[in-house]
Ligand binder design. Structure first.
Ligand SMILES: Cc1cc2nc3c(=O)[nH]c(=O)nc-3n(C[C@H](O)[C@H](O)[C@H](O)COP(=O)(O)O)c2cc1C
Length: 231
């Protein structure tokens, strides 16, 4: 089963999380628990499409997840090496470095192994990217079921963030995604016991600017939401 983005099937009813219905993969824990979030509360917290303010670093302000990549733009070996170096130098709990990557570029056999597992929604744009990255976390100690690190997924996310910002610094753009067949891709790549595929990243030259209507919760909400009474 394709599990991701708009193809994702969850046991719960569709989740309404804002002015427009948002795919359930965006808030998997809520969806899995069958919790519906108040439309009024989320409208207040995500009031309008926004632009990043001036003052934050241009690499962060200029970053966005493209829905179109230039298919003629190549990610060469040097660029690929730097993207992986950026991830490699991310901090991690106890320097555990619980991350792993599988990469493929158009024309490479590795890329051919990834394409069949993309969901239709991501295949529309990820196929054109100069690089596809599968991200893995070392979640367990081999096949013991013991956690390798309490922070493994957190640390992987941080390494991917480093990769994303490095891409931006090199004139590339990254779109992380979950819209792929996790089970099928896991069978295909067959990682060692304890390793789990978490996400994919399409990296390349963006064709066009950021999508319209990007939203963010307000800074005040970031500070108050964990303590606000539920409506
Ligand atoms: C772990 C993760 C999974 C994501 N999965 C998808 C996805 O399956 N499909 C998609 O179109 N975007 C996906 N995204 C991209 C987000 O939708 C996007 O980052 C968010 O809407 C904010 O937009 P921006 O990156 O342009 O600021 C994912 C992002 C992350 C970090």
């Amino acid at each position: 089963m394709i599990s991701g983005h708009d193809e994702r099937v969850t046991p719960s009813a569709p989740l309404v999380v804002g002015p427009a219905a948002r795919p359930a993969w965006a808030v998997p824990a809520l969806a899995a628990a069958g919790i519906r979030t108040s439309r009024r509360r989320l409208q207040r917290n995500m009031p309008h499409p926004q632009e990043p303010p001036s003052g934050i670093h241009p690499l962060l302000a200029g970053r966005f997840s493209p829905y179109r990549f230039d298919p003629s733009a190549v990610v060469d070996d040097h660029a690929l090496g730097l993207l992986l170096e950026a991830a490699r130098w991310a901090p991690s709990a106890g320097n555990s470095q619980p991350w792993g990557f599988f990469v493929g570029r158009p024309g490479e056999p590795e890329h051919d192994r990834l394409l069949p597992h993309l969901a239709p929604s991501s295949a529309r744009w990820a196929t054109d990217a100069g690089l596809l990255v599968v991200t893995l976390t070392r979640r367990h100690v081999d096949d013991t079921g013991l956690l390798y690190s309490e922070f493994a997924d957190h640390d992987l996310g941080q390494a991917v963030a480093h990769m994303t910002v490095q891409a931006q610094a090199m004139g590339l753009a990254a779109h992380q995604f979950r819209a792929f067949d996790l089970e099928g891709l896991t069978k295909e790549l067959d990682p060692n016991p304890g390793w789990a595929i978490v996400s994919m990243v399409a990296i390349g030259e963006a064709a066009g600017g950021p999508p319209l209507g990007r939203e963010r919760r307000g800074v005040a909400d970031l500070r108050s939401a964990p303590w606000s009474p539920a409506e």
